[in-house]
Structure formats: structure tokens, C-alpha cells
Design a protein around this ligand. Structure first.
Ligand code: CMP
Length: 398
């Protein structure tokens, strides 16, 4: 029972007790005198009970919520658009306006997705075959989620094996978002990126069909596949391979693997080992270098251009991170296939090494620039710290 109502009832009780005392001890007939106002007070008290309760509940809600917060309460989820004396108003994802009495909200409890921080952890589940190593699957899932715009970097996405069942292993992928309003959209994008990453890494998404023992690797849907003759024609148009014969191009198309990446997904990462060269079939990629915590885009590569040759040819770690800027389709060519081509076509190595030398120089220059900028920023920060320290404690220290 709300405090106000309890207090009101207490007063009415005291008044009746006083009347009984006056009547018995002093024989004064005061009933008529006070009956009317007492009854009126009681009636008004009962009538205002809900209003008063809502008013006080509204005061408490005002401390817990702000307009613009996303909350869930009373089986509803929405953005708070108004906190009034009697009601709190929500705008749901379906664009419905929901008005909820303040006291009902307080009694039912609420989840505030916007406070104390706007970071919210989302979860999605995905199955992978038993034969796929969990470590690999977890890494693929985490990388896929991390590449999605709207997924925050801190805390980073984390994947876990949730359970074993007859269809495979069930994975739980957790990732954080900072804009709760975009939750369904970001969750859907993450699932799309996961689907794409699993396809690319030849990890099937098994369904409970009892055909899970099929050893065939995951393959792209028909409308996403490039027919072999088409692929050969595309490779023939790539500058690097313009001197290859039809047979050589066909072998290359057979040996290579077509992979697809979504915007923001890295194809190769700075510092990682790599044994593949990539020819861009469709889309655009950005080559980025990092130094001193700073990042610079050193090149934008288009359809027909290639990357990943430096590690493949020298065995050194990747010299840059290459990220899909648009939906990207590449042909990945392994060491053995390239070695065969180089053996057959002596000019190929010359062309590639010419490109490598030019790129190495550009990348080294970009890293040096970043390093200088990083040093300047550090120096500026250091001098700022010194100035602040001198201002705060200068007198005490001297
Ligand atoms: P690799 O070092 O194997 O992996 C990163 C790739 O980025 C690298 O091979 C090159 O293919 C590419 N790359 C590095 N620097 C440049 C550059 N300056 N211009 C274009 N591509 C580059």
C-alpha cells in the first residue's frame, strides 16, 4: 500500500478514536460536527489514492530515466519520449506510442538499456559442423562481428562453444553495441557477416536434416558463383596475367579460390603470416598501415589489381592490412600455383617484383610519416602534461 494512503487512513483512524473519547469522557455530541468533513476527507483520500501513488512513482522514475533512454517494462520495449506526473510515454520500434502509468512501471520494474552506459551486449547463436575446429570457428565468428559497423571495439566480440548437439556444435557469439536503437539492424548485419565469413572459410552451417555427414565443402549459391569461362576471361583482363596462355589461365582459375568479403572485413592483416596472393575480381579494397597507434590508407585497389604478393614471395609477415571498402570478390592464389606460373613465365616475376619495390617504398614512407606524427603527438602530450603539472603543483614542488 502506498505511503500516502497509509498516512491518510491513519489520520482517519485517529479522528474516529478522538470522537469516541470526547463522546464517552465528556459526553459531547461532536459526531455531527465532524462527521461530514471526516467522511469527505476519507472519500477524497480514496479517490486520490491512484493519482498520488502515480505522482510519487513519477518522481522516482524521473531519477531513473531520461527522455531518449531505451527501456523495457511491462512487456514493452521503446524509447522514452515523456515522463509526466502520471504516465511515462514510450515510442516502440513499431512506431507505436505506449502510455504506461508510473506506479505500474515502478511495481513491474524496468530494464534501462541506456544507463549507466549505452553499451549493450548482444548475443547470437550459430551452428558449425563437428569437424570444424572450435578455435578456428570462434576466430572466424569474432572477426566477422568485429568488422560490422556499429559493433564497438571494446569489449571485443567473443565466441564460445555453447553446446554439442546432433547437428554439430552450437556457438554463442557475443558482441557489444552502443546504439540500442539500431540493435535489430546491427544484429542482422552481424549474422550476414557471419554467414559470409563461414562460407569463405568453408565452414558449413548445418541444419538438423540428418545429412550432416556430407563432406562437401560449403559452396556459394548459384547466383554468386562465377562460371569457369567467365573467371578465365576476367583473369585474362588482369594486367599481371595478360601474357599467360589460355591453358595457363584455366589452370590458374582452377587452382584459385573465389572469396567474398563485406565492407570493413580485413582480407589480410599487418604482421600476420600469409601464403596467398589476391586478385580483385569485383569491388574496392584499402591498404592500411599502422604505426604509433596511428593508421594511414596508403592505397586503394580496384578490380584487376592484386595484393598479398609481398608475404607470398618473401615469406615475411604481411606488410599492411587490406580491408574491403565495398563488397569485395577476390581470387586467392596459393604459393604452389604462383610458383608454377612464375616458372612458366619468367616475365611474371619481373612485373611483380617491380610492383613490390614501388609498394615497399610507398609503405615505408607512409610508416615513417606516421611514426613522425606519432612522436609529435607524444611530445605534445608530454609537454601538455608537464604544463598541467607545473600549473597544479608548480608552487609546491619548487
Ligand atoms: P603483403 O605484405 O603480403 O600483405 C599486405 C599487402 O598490401 C602487401 O602484400 C601488398 O600487396 C599490399 N600493399 C602494401 N603496400 C602497398 C602500397 N603502397 N600500394 C598498394 N598495395 C600495397
Amino acid at each position: 500500500m502506498p505511503d500516502v494512503v497509509r498516512t491518510l487512513l491513519m489520520y482517519v483512524g485517529l479522528a474516529i478514536a478522538a470522537l469516541v473519547v470526547l463522546r464517552v469522557a465528556m459526553n459531547i455530541n461532536v459526531v455531527a460536527l465532524v462527521a461530514v468533513p471526516t467522511i469527505a476527507t476519507a472519500v477524497i483520500g480514496v479517490a486520490l489514492k491512484d493519482t498520488v501513488a502515480r505522482f510519487f512513482a513519477g518522481l522516482r522514475l524521473g531519477k531513473m530515466l531520461k527522455v531518449g533512454d531505451w527501456i523495457a517494462t511491462l512487456d514493452r520495449e521503446g524509447m522514452v519520449t515523456d515522463i509526466a506526473m502520471q504516465h511515462v510515454t514510450l515510442l516502440t520500434r513499431e512506431q507505436d506510442v505506449v502510455i504506461l502509468p508510473n506506479d505500474s512501471v515502478i511495481q513491474a520494474g524496468l530494464v534501462n538499456y541506456s544507463r549507466p552506459t549505452s553499451v549493450h551486449v548482444c548475443e547470437t547463436f550459430v551452428r558449425a559442423p563437428v569437424r570444424s575446429p572450435p578455435q578456428q570457428v570462434c576466430a572466424v565468428l569474432e572477426r566477422a562481428a568485429a568488422a560490422v559497423e556499429g559493433v564497438v571495439a571494446d569489449p571485443p566480440p567473443a565466441a564460445y562453444v555453447a553446446s554439442f548437439d546432433e547437428s554439430g556444435l552450437l556457438y554463442r557469439l557475443r558482441f557489444s553495441i552502443a546504439d540500442y536503437a539500431r540493435r535489430p539492424e546491427i544484429e542482422s548485419t552481424v549474422r550476414g557477416y557471419v554467414w559470409n565469413a563461414m562460407l569463405r572459410n568453408r565452414i558449413d552451417i548445418p541444419f538438423p536434416q540428418r545429412v550432416v555427414h556430407s563432406a562437401a565443402p560449403a559452396s556459394a549459391p548459384a547466383d554468386r558463383e562465377i562460371a569457369p569461362p567467365q573467371l578465365v576471361a576476367r583473369l585474362g583482363a588482369v594486367d599481371l596475367f595478360s601474357a599467360l596462355t589460355q591453358v595457363q589461365l584455366e589452370t590458374l582459375a582452377e587452382d584459385g579460390a573465389v572469396r567474398e568479403y563485406l565492407p570493413g572485413e580485413p582480407v589480410v592483416r599487418l604482421g600476420e603470416p600469409g601464403e596467398e596472393l589476391f586478385v580483385i575480381l569485383d569491388g574496392t579494397a584499402e591498404v592500411k598501415v599502422h604505426e604509433e597507434g596511428l593508421t594511414s590508407v596508403v592505397a586503394t585497389l580496384e578490380s584487376g589489381q592484386f595484393f598479398g604478393e609481398m608475404s607470398l614471395l618473401t615469406g615475411a609477415p604481411r606488410t599492411a592490412t587490406v580491408v574491403a571498402r565495398t563488397p569485395l570478390r577476390v581470387l586467392a592464389i596459393g604459393k604452389a600455383a604462383l610458383a608454377r606460373l612464375v616458372e612458366e613465365d619468367g616475365k611474371l616475376l619481373e612485373v611483380i617484383s617491380g610492383v613490390v619495390a614501388k609498394r615497399q617504398a610507398e609503405t615505408a614512407a607512409a610508416r615513417e610519416r606516421l611514426s613522425r606524427e606519432g612522436t609529435t603527438v607524444t611530445r605534445q602530450q608530454q609537454s601538455l602534461i608537464e604544463r598541467i603539472q607545473a600549473y597544479l603543483w608548480g608552487a609546491r614542488r619548487s
